[in-house]
Design a protein around this ligand. Structure first.
Ligand code: SF4
Length: 388
């Protein structure tokens, strides 16, 4: 295929994904998302047969975590895993490790208390004007750091048609809800027809102003975002898509094209990134991820400190590391690449921003700030405005 540099002047920053053990799969199959879903790695030991050497820790963890959180890895995402590097950032997100079996006393099954604020099954209504609508436990890849591992991957938590109708009815009866976040699991695990049924009914509610769809398929199975799917989503504007890239390795040509399809359907894209120890707890890694995302027309939206979900202990890093990364972003790269660092407060406290302190002094007439290079600057305030 010839690269159209007029249409895609930055595409050369995005190399095609390596296919690893799947290099002999014919292109038409590889690009077919149904094939990708059907051929997911569901048993870690199956990687042996594909010539992918597992570590002793990965083997033990596969058994130890079997009943807690299943394994699913698309061939596409498996192709991004480095067989020779157990510390590969994609591998760490996809393969279980024994760290998942360790827990601190403060670890929680439902760290954000989503089940507590659930007036009807599948709807979390905590904030005044918006709801989270859980529609599917399935995802292309089950991320080992998932915050909802208490139910994601468990088919028993699937929402049947009645439950989904009940969720839509709840929104219809609550005129204060102006923002519906359709999530899971991954809503794009549904067929276009099934997802469109939900979006159409939600969009038909007059007081719903915006719809958001949370999906990781641009990262884990980008072929899912066909132009037709993007056009379907675009029929329900204003509709926003939040995806979840965590590392530059995930920013492939295929991911770029998936995001391009969404952007060309007029869909604003955002990216919450989760700081994960060993994966991206490094300022240069986060900076480059965010720069690549901007070229993909995805706005970095939040950086989360990894929450207190049970089984995530080994992924967590410190508050200080988060601040260090924020200091390394602000001023050193485009402001668009500098999102909020937040703690999603355990127990349902909501997102609390954490900011490095750039204010050095404050008195009745001025604020003294220190900028990203460490130089001091004085900002004088108006004298005729009452200070609080
Ligand atoms: S795609 Fe999202 S919901 Fe699914 S396993 Fe990954 S983090 Fe969890």
């Amino acid at each position: 295929m010839t690269h159209d540099s007029t249409r895609d002047p930055v595409a050369h920053h995005f190399p095609p994904a390596p296919r690893g053990p799947f290099k002999d799969v014919p292109g038409a199959q590889w690009r077919n998302w149904h094939w990708q879903l059907q051929h997911r790695v569901r048993e870690v030991a199956d990687l042996d047969a594909l010539g992918f050497p597992l570590t002793a820790d990965e083997r033990r963890a596969a058994e130890a975590t079997r009943s807690e959180f299943r394994v699913a890895i698309t061939p596409y995402y498996a192709g991004l895993m480095d067989p020779d590097d157990p510390g590969c950032p994609v591998r760490l997100q996809a393969l279980p490790r024994m760290g998942e079996t360790e827990a601190d006393s403060w670890d929680l099954v439902d760290p954000l208390a989503e089940e507590r604020d659930m007036p009807v099954p599948g709807i979390t209504h905590r904030y005044p004007d918006r709801v989270l609508f859980y529609i599917s436990p399935d995802c292309a890849v089950f991320c080992r750091h998932c915050t909802r591992k208490r139910k994601v991957s468990d088919p028993a938590t699937a929402a049947n048609d009645d439950q989904i109708r009940g969720g839509i009815e709840y929104v219809r009866r609550h005129p204060e809800v102006r923002d519906v976040i359709v999530s899971g699991g991954d809503p794009l695990a549904f067929s276009d027809d099934r997802l469109e049924w939900i979006l159409r009914d939600v969009r038909a509610i007059p007081h719903v102003e915006i719809i958001r769809v949370g999906t990781r398929v641009p990262v884990t199975m980008p072929h899912r975002i066909t132009p037709e799917t993007a056009a379907m989503l675009g029929r329900y504007h204003p509709l926003f898509v939040n995806t979840h890239f965590n590392h530059p390795k995930e920013c492939t040509r295929e991911a770029y094209e998936a995001c391009r399809n969404l952007a060309e359907a007029g869909i604003p894209l955002g990216n919450p990134l989760v700081l994960l120890r060993g994966v991206n707890d490094d300022a240069e890694v986060v900076k480059r991820t965010n720069q690549l995302l901007l070229m993909m027309r995805v706005r970095p939206y939040y950086i989360y400190l990894c929450d207190l979900a049970r089984g995530n202990r080994h992924f967590r890093t410190t508050y200080e590391k988060g601040l260090e990364i924020m200091r390394a972003l602000r001023g050193w790269t485009s402001g668009l690449a500098v999102p909020y660092l937040v703690i999603d407060a355990p127990g349902g406290g909501g997102k609390v921003p954490i900011l490095p302190n750039y204010v050095e002094e404050r008195d009745d007439e001025k604020v003294v700030v220190r900028n990203f290079r460490g130089t001091r600057h004085v900002y004088y305030e108006p004298v005729d405005v009452k200070k609080s």
